[in-house]
Design a protein around this ligand. Sequence first.
Ligand code: ADP
Length: 320
Amino acid sequence: RVVVVGSANVDLVVDVPRHPGGGETILGGDLRRSPGGKGANQAVAAARAGGADTTFVGALGRDESGELLLASLDGAGVRTDLVGRTAAPTGTALITVSPDGENAIVVAPGANAHVRIGPEQAERIGAADVVLTQLEIPLDVVLAAGAARRPGAVLALNAAPSRDLPDAMWAAFDLLIVNEHEARDLAGEAADAAGAGAPVDPTSPADPAAPTDPVDAAEHLAATLLARVPAVVVTLGGAGCLVAQRGSAPVRLAAPRVDAVDTTGAGDTFCGVLAAALAGGSTLVDAARTASFAGALAVTRPGAQDAVPTADEVATFAHP
Ligand code: ADP
């Protein structure tokens, strides 16, 4: 069983010839409206991965966007009975995409600021094998979710979007999943907390000893992060991912080569599929291998939740 505690957003996407500056109005392409938000994306990915009973704990407004999200979650087979409905509008991401594929994003959190861990949510979390959270909801909700898990369950944090974490928070997590930017931010913080002082970035280009290869750099960052959490997975886009666990040598997994169409949701797909595989009894390395195939498939399709592959699609892709 998997419980994902996190955000749900409707993504409003417009292609633009270039991003507007302050005070400027620009004409773009037609509006696309699709279900997103890191928490909901990861729940959809865990459910589509098959096998795992997946619950999403989050909050939606009592509006049309809330219905769009519910339809997407339900359609993927996610249990939505513990999703709160609030007076605040459903979280919304305003996204403009320039011709070179660069996104500019503003998120209006709305209902995501009102996610609640009540008795029913705590009970479902307490029955889960894997509890997966991110940082698009208030930190106290993330902590409350962690506190509700049963001993022996895996509490995983996808530390996205990057933000400072209080020292006390680290001790709660069994597994950290980050991309290379988030790894760099958190490793800087970890080095600071350890009293290493400046430079705070262990892979700073100013440091002549810093590795230049991204996988070497990730290994370096993961080693720093292992001081605070027992296991770390660093995702590296087209370069795959790195699995680091205390007491064993780090494992590098290459990503399959694909034609990237839209990288939105690749990281979320990775996290959700990883959680489902762990709940199914896979080792962390095997779970990350499956997740990296799923993440690669997700970048071949547009959208976030709409791009998440099924277990069959991942299996066919991994073993054609
Ligand atoms: P995020 O979206 O959080 O930045 P990444 O870009 O690291 O996360 O992507 C997560 C995972 O998705 C990667 O570890 C990899 O398995 C897969 N992936 C992402 N981009 C590509 C790509 N261009 N080619 C193949 N796989 C990819």
